[in-house]
Design a protein around this ligand. Structure first.
Ligand SMILES: Cc1cc2nc3c(=O)[nH]c(=O)nc-3n(C[C@H](O)[C@H](O)[C@H](O)COP(=O)(O)OP(=O)(O)OC[C@H]3O[C@@H](n4cnc5c(N)ncnc54)[C@H](O)[C@@H]3O)c2cc1C
Length: 249
């Protein structure tokens, strides 16, 4: 029997670009643009992991950017993302200009995702404005029996919004100062964490994420395995990679 002819490996579904369209565009806050993307190409997209991402090919460019698939409706074949406007960037420009009917190529879902441990004594969810969609996802996944402290750094009060959860949640919205992430770091350093083994979800600027992560490990004695930490962007870097888990300590 002849040897089988080697076949090119099939492209994994999450690496394939799928063409969908913008269905709706809504300003959730002055700086958060919710874009609902839909289409039959989302068949088999798979349930996004908590804090996972998808990649959007920005129209008219050769650039992709990572966003959180905040909600996936398999029946309607729709995905919701919240793009946070942070300046005159390609991603922000796309979100401002997006119109229903625009074709969009996207890839995903990707990323490792955060696994909620329902037996954890407490949860700390912390991040900056672009982590609000992921923190919202995690909050919605927490069981009613859990306690969570949420710390989010935003530019001003107009960026605060309700984040529903069954859990018992205390939320602190802190104001960004001149250095992004500094107020977030100060707030995490000063929070009283309850007794017992907790879990952390942290997503923000890469350098700040590392400092907070180091603080939680060295000063608070948290196990690295109890933390899901993500560098979502890096000051001064365009298109920062989507797989910075800060595990280089
Ligand atoms: C797993 C994952 C999930 C993410 N989910 C979301 C999400 O749901 N919504 C969302 O808006 N973003 C999200 N991000 C972050 C987003 O991918 C980055 O902010 C990305 O750089 C945005 O692209 P851009 O074209 O706007 O800016 P870029 O062209 O990449 O960068 C331009 C400039 O802006 C700075 N910059 C980039 N991002 C920010 C920021 N957030 N705040 C301040 N300055 C910034 C850069 O340092 C650079 O100087 C996620 C990232 C990851 C890895």
């Amino acid at each position: 029997m002849p040897d089988a002819v080697p076949q090119a490996a099939a492209e994994p579904a999450n690496k394939r670009f799928r063409t969908v369209e913008v269905r709706r565009v809504e300003r959730v806050t002055p700086k958060a643009v919710r874009i609902t993307l839909g289409g039959d190409a989302l068949e088999g997209f798979g349930t996004p992991l908590l804090g996972g991402h998808l990649k959007v090919m920005l129209p008219g460019t050769d650039q992709v950017r990572a966003y959180t698939p905040r909600r996936f409706d398999a029946a309607r074949r729709e995905i919701e993302i919240d793009v946070i406007l942070h300046g005159d960037s390609l991603g922000s420009r796309w979100a401002i200009a997006a119109q229903p009917g625009d074709p969009i190529d996207l890839r995903g879902p990707g990323g490792r995702g955060h696994t909620v441990d329902p037996s954890a004594a407490w949860h700390l969810l912390a991040g900056d404005a672009c982590a609000v969609p992921a923190i919202g996802m995690v909050l919605e996944a927490l069981p009613a029996s859990t306690r969570a402290a949420v710390i989010i750094e935003v530019g001003d009060i107009t960026e605060e919004r309700p984040l529903p959860s069954l859990a018992q949640v205390q939320t602190w919205w802190v104001r960004a100062g001149e250095i992004p992430g500094e107020a977030l770091e100060t707030a995490v350093r000063s929070i009283d964490l309850p007794e017992g083994a907790g879990q952390v979800f942290l997503a923000c600027e890469s350098g700040i994420m590392r400092r907070i992560r180091q603080h939680l490990i060295e000063a608070r004695g948290l196990a690295p395995t109890s933390m899901h930490t993500r560098g979502y962007w890096k000051a001064g870097t365009v298109n920062y990679p989507d797989h910075d888990y800060g595990q280089d300590d």
